[in-house]
Design a protein around this ligand. Structure first.
Ligand SMILES: *Cc1c(COP(=O)(O)O)cnc(C)c1O
Length: 376
């Protein structure tokens, strides 16, 4: 079976974990957490980073930093993971769902502009497949309307928009190290802070609302409760796995990119008909080969492709189902149609893309997909 995803840990991950266990500082903010944060800040130009236990937690931390009041509105995409929406809902905000673009699952900025009201406080963007949303337009809209921008950059390690790292453009960003992502610690993530106003508070909220970090730096002579917070920091065991992964990032990315290019080249002839569409990468995106997806004409055709691949021992997977139409949210929704989000829900399929794939595996996926294309 060629599996859809498989995490690999072939570097110094276990060596570093053993060092942490032997050293006894297993709680958060140890040596490997700090090394990883420095690595991320330096490589990607974030003002500040803090490791978190997940991207969902990084988003919840971001939502706390936004200081939302009941009735405040947050614009979120419908085609996204539930965490983008949950983080703001947990703060009592009103979710305002935005549609995807026609040729790409990312938010349609023209639609965002129409959704802004005097109550809007935040635009939460999600960059699908490591391909950046139109951030120049989003940041302009945000500046004109005095809004904060939170980037759900869960899929965006090592991905850029016009040369800028995703997650470094909005006021803050949230990344994931879940085992399905390019760099992984099993569960894990971090928040990137790009605006000085939020750096200190992020550190405090992440440490249960205390100024513990300032205390350990010798800036205050005792530490205590200074604001509302939670516990979002991972143990240094996670930091150790992460640093072992980050050391290999160039190799891991190079291999992912090779696989991505093999798929994209094998399916180039699909462009001559409308039967199956290759994923679209805009000119301003330097993506990270997080994902390779194809778009089918309809749900039936997509289901038969997934079934065909399964019969041939290849796992392929569809993705998000529009949140506005979910079991949980449907009854609260105002009923405005979001046709592009629904179309991606019904027609998108992701192919296996991970570092445990062999060249023969990739070739098999390509050959099967090309033969399916010929059969329809
Ligand atoms: C993976 C993912 C998340 C959640 O990440 P966790 O680390 O599992 O919390 C959130 N948003 C998007 C877009 C994702 O792809």
């Amino acid at each position: 079976m060629i599996v859809f995803n498989r995490a690999t840990y072939n570097g110094n991950e276990s060596k570093y974990v053993n060092e942490v266990l032997a050293g006894g500082h297993t709680h958060g903010d140890g040596v490997f957490t700090k090394r990883s944060q420095e690595f991320l800040e330096k490589r990607y130009g974030f003002l500040k980073t803090f490791l978190t236990t997940s991207c969902s937690d990084a988003l919840e931390l971001a939502a706390l930093l936004c200081d939302l009041k009941p009735g405040d509105e947050v614009i979120v995409p419908s085609f996204t993971f539930v965490s983008t929406a949950n983080a703001f809902l947990l703060r009592g905000a009103k979710l305002v769902f935005c549609d995807s673009m026609i040729d790409n699952p990312n938010m349609d900025v023209g639609h965002v502009a129409k959704l802004i009201t005097p109550k809007t406080k935040v635009i939460a963007v999600m960059h699908y497949a490591g391909i950046g949303c139109d951030m120049d337009a989003i940041m302009k809209l945000a500046a004109e309307n005095n809004l904060l921008v939170v980037e759900d950059a869960a899929q965006c390690m090592d991905a850029y928009y016009n040369g800028k790292a995703l997650g470094s453009i909005g006021h803050m960003g949230a990344f994931s190290f879940h085992s399905t992502k390019n760099i992984t610690t099993g569960e894990g993530g971090f928040i990137s802070i790009n605006d000085e106003r939020f750096a200190k508070r992020a550190e405090i909220i992440r440490e249960k609302g205390t100024n513990r970090a300032s205390f350990f730096r010798g800036e205050v002579d005792k530490y205590g409760w200074v604001e509302m917070g939670s516990s979002f920091l991972p143990s240094d065991i996670i930091g150790a796995v992460l640093y072992g992964q980050l050391e290999q990032i160039n190799q891991l990315q190079k291999r992912r990119m090779q696989i991505w290019n093999s798929y994209n080249n094998a399916f180039a002839s699909f462009d001559q008909s409308e039967k199956i569409k290759r994923m679209h990468v805009p000119a301003n995106a330097q993506h990270n080969a997080h994902m390779y997806y194809l778009l089918f004409q309809n749900l039936e055709q997509r289901s038969s492709y997934i079934q065909f691949m399964k019969e041939n021992e290849v796992q392929c997977s569809f993705h998000y189902l529009s949140l506005h139409d979910s079991k949980f949210f449907k009854d609260q929704y105002n009923g405005v149609a979001l046709p592009n989000s629904d179309r991606f829900s019904n027609t998108l399929v992701r192919l296996p893309l991970h570092n445990a794939l062999t060249d023969a595996n990739v070739q098999k996926v390509c050959e099967l997909t090309v033969s399916f294309h010929q059969s329809i």
